[in-house]
Design a protein. Structure first.
Length: 226
């Protein structure tokens, strides 16, 4: 798994307004509507830019669908294009800093995000109630983790197959939010979506798969946010 998609630099030669939408002007009574807001994207973020209170501002948000609507980053400039370029630089610096803060887990080969990055994803990913219940139960279980049966029971699933599938789906939501790519060098166990959230503990016998154990960073993030 690589983080190359998170470290994009702005291309000064590109048309920053390509693909951006612009709402039609409307009339409010006899006066014109507020200046239009352009909507585009940069990496895994939605960008909104325009004239605000007499200055050009560009703001970054999580791409929809998401449960959060807060501003992630902001920049201003003498022109709208300058504001967008400045925002791209802020985003790129932020993403590269987060990539450097990740640690490589020896068991899965995953570059494990920091507590801060996991916490942000928890606030944006559209997790279901059962998925949140599983993450909460796993965080309480600490380093001991939970068996497949215990995990299913915590989320109200009738089978551990359903629970494991749901955990994998939650992992895909996080992977999409982090904009991660698969690296062919990563071991096969790391290719499972669940491995972005948790790993398997040592099995007790040949019939045991091992308990699900959250990464310490995610445990702390879950305890702080869910």
């Amino acid at each position: 798994m690589t983080d190359s998609s998170l470290g994009h630099r702005s291309n000064r030669g590109e048309n920053l307004f390509n693909g951006m939408t612009k709402p039609k002007k409307a009339k409010v009574g006899k006066t014109e509507a507020l200046p239009p807001i352009h909507v585009g994207e940069h990496g895994r973020y939605q960008i909104k830019s325009g004239l605000l209170a007499g200055k050009f501002v560009a703001r970054a948000f999580a791409k929809p669908p998401t449960e959060a609507r807060g501003v992630i980053a902001e920049a201003s400039g003498a022109t709208e294009e300058a504001a967008i370029i400045a925002l791209h630089d802020v985003i790129d610096e932020r993403e590269n800093r987060r990539i450097e803060a990740r640690r490589k887990d020896p068991r899965t080969g995953i570059s494990v995000p920091s507590i801060e990055e996991y916490a942000e994803a928890l606030g944006h990913a559209a997790l279901t109630s059962p998925q949140r219940a599983m993450l909460t139960a796993l965080s309480i279980a600490d380093a001991d983790g939970l068996t497949d049966e215990q995990l299913a029971k915590a989320a109200g699933y009738k089978s551990h197959t359903s629970a494991n599938r749901s955990l994998a789906n939650a992992g895909r939501l996080f992977s999409d939010y982090f904009a991660l790519e698969t690296d062919s060098k990563v071991t096969s166990v790391a290719l499972e979506s669940s491995s972005l959230l948790a790993f398997r503990g040592e099995p007790h016998d040949e019939t045991d798969s091992g308990n699900w154990i959250l990464y310490p960073e995610l445990r702390d993030a879950v305890r702080a946010t869910l």
